[in-house]
Design a protein around this ligand. Sequence first.
Ligand code: MG
Length: 226
Amino acid sequence: MFENKKVVIWDLDNTLYRITPEIADSLDETMAVALVKDLNVPLDLDECKALVKESYKIHRDGGEYFYQNYNISPKELSFYYNKRNPVHLIEPYQNLLEKLKQILLEQYVFTASNRETSIRILKHLGLYEMFKDRFYSVEDFGVYKKNENADVYLQYCKKIGFKPNECIFVDDSYSNLEFAKLAGMTTIRIFYQNNSAADKGYIDAAFKGVEQCIDALIAATNQKAC
Ligand SMILES: [Mg+2]
């Protein structure tokens, strides 16, 4: 499955680090604070946080309810939310850099966070040096999501100079993988509890946590090198 692959493109959030339930709750609160304090949504904080959670459940996007009902612009919410992102709560995986370096493929990151937050997260994870010229945010392509069409994946490939069929795309969010697959990439899903997307034909492989995925890619690429 990984034969003839030259590149692995990693999602960042909840892929190269784990968004625990505690961090997820804190991120919902961060979004609520951005909506109420920075963007003046006329709700109290708890009410707003509950709506963020509801919006996430329904739309897979905590902001969507507010774009629709409070005329909030995705760009502005993204700016304030990312600015307040509590990066310090993240617990990096042990020896992540060393292990990634054992994968004998070119490696890139493609994230839905903005560049500024991605830099803070990559530094916190000890991965900034490795990816500083090798990460792109959706904002580099003029979009806010990775799950709307395949075009952004085709543009990504063009930008890094590889063909889609040379790329493996890894993400915890399976709605992104659908479009990566449509673009022609090989897809890997990272899950944490159950592989809730086991029935999705556009997912080529799935691993419980990124560490197992990294081990598999190390094994596959080092075998190829022998
Ligand atoms: Mg993610």
